[in-house]
Every structure is written in C-alpha cells, then in structure tokens.
Design a protein around this ligand. Structure first.
Ligand code: ADP
Ligand code: ADP
Length: 232
C-alpha cells in the first residue's frame, strides 16, 4: 500500500470574490521506494500540494493518508508529531535557524524528537551534501546553495519514510544539483525512502521515476520514466 496518498485535495485561500483555488480535486498515491517529481507553471499549486501532503497545511477539503492513517482531521499537535517521525521536509526558503550552525541545524529534528543527535551521523550527512568543511558555520556565513544543502541534510537526518522537497536544487549550480539528486536517488534505491520533489528543472525531474504535472491546481498529466527532453 502507498506510504502517502492524497484524495481529492482542494485548498482555497481567502474567501468570497477574492478567493484563490490553489488546488482543486488533486489525487495521487506514492508507493514506498519511489521518486516523484511535481512540475507545473508558477502558481499551479505545487507548494500548496507539498504543504498539504506533509500535513503542514490543512486542506480545505479532501484527505491526506500517511502510512494508512488518515491525518486530515488530526489536530496540529498530532500532525506535528507524525511529521517529526515520518516526514522530512525541505522548505523552498530553507527555514534554517539563524543562530544555529549547520551541524546544529541538521541535528535539530532529532533534538525535537527527544534524541541526542549522533555526531558521526550528522557529520556524515553534511559530508554527503558536500558541506563537511562548513559544518560549524552559521547560515549567514553560507551561500544560498550551501544553505539549501543544509536544509536537505536536515530533512534526511531522521531517516524519514517520506521526503518532501520544494525545489531542493533551486539555489544550486548544476554540479551541486547533480550530486544532490544522486543523493536523493540513493535514498530511494538504497534506503527505500519515498521522495516527492517539486522542481522547475527538466534535468532534475529526469532523476525521478515519474512526473506529475499540475496546471491551475489540477493534475494535468503524469509521465513515467521521464527524460529531460520529454518534460522540457
Ligand atoms: P506554485 O508552488 O506552483 O507556484 P503555490 O502553491 O505557491 O503554486 O500557489 C498556488 C496559488 O495559490 C497561487 O495563485 C498563489 O498565489 C496562491 N497562494 C499560495 N499561498 C497563498 C497564501 N498563503 N495566501 C493566498 N494565496 C496563496
Ligand atoms: P554553492 O552551491 O552555494 O555555490 P559551492 O558550489 O561553492 O556552493 O559548493 C562547494 C562544492 O561542494 C562544489 O565543488 C560542489 O560541487 C560541491 N557539492 C555541492 N553539492 C554537493 C553534494 N550534494 N555532494 C557533494 N558535493 C557537493
């Protein structure tokens, strides 16, 4: 059974004449050990989709099911606990804590879960994203691309079943992007994690097993085994 499912998801912002339907009737299922890209024009609902699927944002209607549990009506606190345990999220704007070093930022989800971060584990993740030399730096001392890679390492630190990443290569040069995508591919192939990644980049999407296309808040299509030229 899928590790993550959304059923007939709708999300409306605002009310009355000024309301915006960010998502309308989106359904999708993500099997364990799969890598899916979500593409679509700016404003098509990609970020909203990811935030709803993560339980970060409640949908206006529809259901979100994680590991068979329908979390839609769970309260904020219960969703937060589930998210900490099962989901790694890479925010588009990184959401790093400004007064914590790269190491401390990466270890934070473990601390929030009540665990003491394993130094070697955190160190290893920072090395995997190419930041072994920057481990002690504050976000303000890192480039945009380096911050983004800290955000990815932080999303992986709890070995979550599901990794949801909002444009995780958006701030990276092509070489950094390629190694990061290889890392995510490895999470899927070697660890059986499920990755859902919003991207604008056809080269990034080609690392995925499938692409879902959103247009105007609806699923407009799906492609298996995408290639960069096919999705461009
Ligand atoms: P994408 O990620 O594809 O660019 P979004 O999910 O960010 O799309 O946005 C989808 C639509 O919802 C857009 O029209 C956007 O302006 C609107 N929207 C997103 N977030 C909010 C918000 N917090 N308040 C009002 N409108 C929003
Ligand atoms: P930024 O992306 O912020 O500009 P740099 O490009 O200076 O940072 O990155 C420093 C080095 O780290 C580069 O040589 C880059 O190729 C390498 N690097 C980036 N991402 C990774 C990664 N995920 N795994 C391994 N090395 C990486």
């Amino acid at each position: 059974s899928p590790v993550l499912e959304v059923h007939d998801l709708a999300r409306t912002y605002g009310s009355g004449t000024g309301s915006v339907a960010a998502l309308s009737g989106v359904s999708a299922a993500f099997a364990r050990g799969t890598f899916t890209a979500v593409m679509g024009p700016s404003g098509s609902g990609k970020s909203t989709f990811l935030a709803c699927a993560a339980g970060l944002e409640p949908p206006t209607s529809g259901r979100v099911v994680i590991d068979g549990a329908d979390i839609t009506d769970w309260d904020e606190e219960r969703r937060t606990l589930l998210r900490r345990e099962r989901i790694g999220f890479v925010f588009q704007d990184f959401h790093l804590m400004p007064y914590l070093s790269a190491t401390q930022n990466v270890g934070l989800p473990l601390r929030l879960a009540g665990c003491r971060p394993d130094r070697a584990h955190v160190r290893g993740l920072l090395e995997q994203v190419g930041l072994g030399e920057r481990a002690g730096h504050l976000p303000s001392a890192l480039s945009g691309g380096q911050r983004q890679r800290v955000a990815v390492a932080r999303a992986l630190v709890t070995d979550p079943a599901v990794v949801l990443a909002d444009e995780p290569t958006g701030a990276l040069d092509s070489a950094s992007a390629a190694s990061l995508l290889e890392l995510l591919r490895g999470c899927v192939d070697e660890l059986g994690q499920t990755v859902v990644m919003v991207t604008h980049d056809p080269v990034a999407a080609a690392y995925a097993d499938a692409v879902i296309f959103l247009v105007d808040g609806r699923v407009a299509g799906r492609m298996e085994h995408p290639t960069a030229t096919a999705v461009a």
